[in-house]
Write a protein that binds this ligand. Structure first.
Ligand code: BEZ
Length: 211
């Protein structure tokens, strides 16, 4: 069975474009995005890796380390980086695992044999400072992911962790948020002394506490 939300993100050692890593030691107490792509020198993957490199400051600001993976070799990753830089304007600035023996792909259930029995699908794992899985996304090879959406979810997860709030449909940073159901009104008063808007007893809205 694949990893589920709340599971410990398994540790591994791997060869990457930035050397050998022990995943948990590399990650430390940061957040992490571990994502797989199906194959080097392919068009959709080229755009994804270029865009992810462009977001480096956005990930750094959120204390998120990014690491990619495919079953291709490190030599291929390095040669392909030239093409990514040339066509996308950004060179990968995060480690990419060369998972030629599929150790990490199997550990994280990134190969879905009924889709393709040798290549990884487009998996994304967001992992918290506690090494627990906070988000999983799986896209098919033919659809490039929306890495702005991944940042949006990280904003939501970090807000929840810090302020006991949840985020409503289509929320983006700065929009109003919802007081978590786990806080009764008494506890909410301590956290939100300026009050909130009660639309229903279960739907209490406050401004984004970080805005
Ligand atoms: C792509 O990145 O374009 C791609 C990779 C593997 C299969 C299909 C498309």
């Amino acid at each position: 069975m694949g990893l589920r939300l709340g599971d410990e993100a398994p540790n591994f050692t791997a060869t990457t474009t930035e050397g050998e890593i022990d995943f948990h030691a590399w990650k430390g107490d940061s957040w992490a995005v571990l994502f797989s792509h199906p194959k080097d020198f392919t068009p959709v993957c080229t755009t994804e890796l270029g865009y992810t490199a462009k977001l480096k400051d956005d990930f750094d600001r959120r204390n998120v380390k990014v690491i990619g993976l495919s079953v291709d070799s490190i030599d291929n990753h390095e040669a392909w980086a030239d093409d990514i830089e040339e066509t996308q304007g950004n060179r990968p600035n995060f480690p990419i695992i060369g998972d030629t023996d599929r150790t990490v792909s199997d550990l994280y259930d990134m190969i879905h044999p009924n889709a393709n029995d040798t290549l990884t699908v487009r998996s994304v794992f967001v992992i918290g400072p506690d090494n627990k899985v906070k988000l999983t996304i799986t896209y098919p090879a033919s659809t490039g992911r929306n890495f702005d959406e991944i940042l949006r979810v990280i904003d939501s997860l970090q807000l929840t962790a810090a302020y006991s709030v949840a985020t409503p449909v289509n929320w983006k940073k700065g929009d109003d948020v919802i007081i978590a159901a786990s806080l009764d009104d008494e506890a909410a008063k301590a956290k939100f002394p300026d009050g909130w808007k009660t639309l229903k007893p279960y739907l209490r809205v406050v401004p984004d506490p970080t805005a």
